[in-house]
Design a protein around this ligand. Structure first.
Ligand SMILES: [Zn+2]
Ligand SMILES: [Zn+2]
Length: 345
């Protein structure tokens, strides 16, 4: 079957790979119909993750139709249209029962080699094997456009978790550092949690325009602090969501945060360490929180919000193209010519 794989030298190619088979009674095989390209995929392609071999099938965001199920699967059946999640979890262990699915010892992250658990072949392919299908797969709501549903696998729960964990209160001024799709959806989620103003900073003008189109203010990075100071009598943002995934992004977030405020870092970090300004952060009583989205924990809320139309403006910011065009699509995402591309299979 056709799949998008890493070349090992910073690129991708379309390759022919074996079709997946059921390996466990809890598995399902899904015929992929829509699969997103995400910032994490770029880390995989560019060699930033330690456990990725050349030829790794990419992708962890998918919507499709169930082709086969193992004998223990009860919640989905052949022919069901389903939406997945970016990582798997058993659904029964101590962490899963606490709604901390990312910490499940049986976590596997699709399409990222062995970087976050045992290797699990990615979803940018005609078919994908899904372990713990009863936990991982949800029925695709009939009224939800499948490309929008791709956002439920990772980007929206990630942005939502950032807003939720930051404990934004009604009237708070929120800054979002980084206007990729996670940053855009974090801004939407911040509005939902009661922010009075959300300011998104990004160097790319199209991303600033995207943020404005969904009801936020937008600035270039060098204008973020002056803009926040104008809005807050010089204090800075109550909450800053860092959605870049870099030391530079964290530095910018700390500077934008008011004394006593909260910085939430939500994008995938691949850098080993970061020079944290300890004395300054202590004196200003900054709360710093690292957050990973949990599409399993938050899926029912995400689906309800998506069906209500909350993601319709974000859908307008997305492009779709055939999986055969994946090489160009990856290039467009890597060079910020597109905010989000969904491959159709
Ligand atoms: Zn993703
Ligand atoms: Zn578990």
């Amino acid at each position: 079957m056709r799949a998008v794989v890493t070349t090992g030298d910073g690129g991708v190619r379309i390759d022919s790979v074996p079709e997946p088979t059921l390996q466990d009674p809890q598995d399902a095989i899904v015929q992929v119909e829509h699969t997103g390209i995400c910032g994490t995929d770029l880390h995989v392609v560019q060699g930033h993750l330690p456990g990725v071999q050349a030829g790794t099938v990419l992708g962890h965001e998918f919507v499709g139709t169930v082709l086969a199920v193992g004998g223990a699967v009860t919640s989905v059946k052949v022919g069901d249209r389903v939406v997945g999640t970016d990582f798997t979890a058993c659904g029964h262990c101590w962490h899963c029962r606490r709604q901390e699915h990312w910490q499940c010892p049986q976590r596997a992250f699709l399409g990222t080699g062995t970087s976050f658990g045992p290797a699990l072949v990615g979803a940018q392919a005609e078919q994908v094997r899904v372990p713990f299908a009863d936990t991982v797969l949800a029925m695709l709501p009939r009224d939800l456009d499948p490309a929008t549903a791709v956002l439920l696998c990772d980007n929206f729960p990630t942005g939502f978790a950032a807003a939720q964990k930051s404990r934004i209160g009604p009237g708070d001024v929120v800054a979002v550092v980084g206007g990729g799709m996670v940053g855009q959806l974090a801004a939407v989620a911040a509005q939902l949690h009661g922010a009075s103003v959300v300011v998104v900073s990004d160097p790319v003008e199209a991303r600033q325009a995207a943020a404005t189109s969904t009801g936020n203010l937008a600035t270039a990075p060098d204008r973020l602090v002056p803009t926040l100071h104008d809005l807050t009598a010089g204090r800075g943002a109550d909450v800053v969501i860092e959605a870049v995934g870099s030391a530079k992004g964290l530095d910018a977030a700390l500077v934008a945060c008011r004394p006593g405020g909260t910085v939430v870092s939500v994008s995938a970090h691949v850098q080993e360490s970061w020079n944290f300004p300890l004395a300054d952060a202590f004196a200003r009583e900054i709360t710093l929180q690292m957050v990973i989205g949990d599409p399993l924990r938050d899926r029912d809320r995400m689906i309800a919000l998506a069906v209500s139309g909350l993601l319709a403006p974000a859908r307008d910011l997305m492009n779709t193209t055939d999986l055969r065009n994946a090489v160009d699509a990856y290039s467009d995402v890597a060079h910020s010519r597109a905010l989000k591309i969904v491959l159709t299979v």
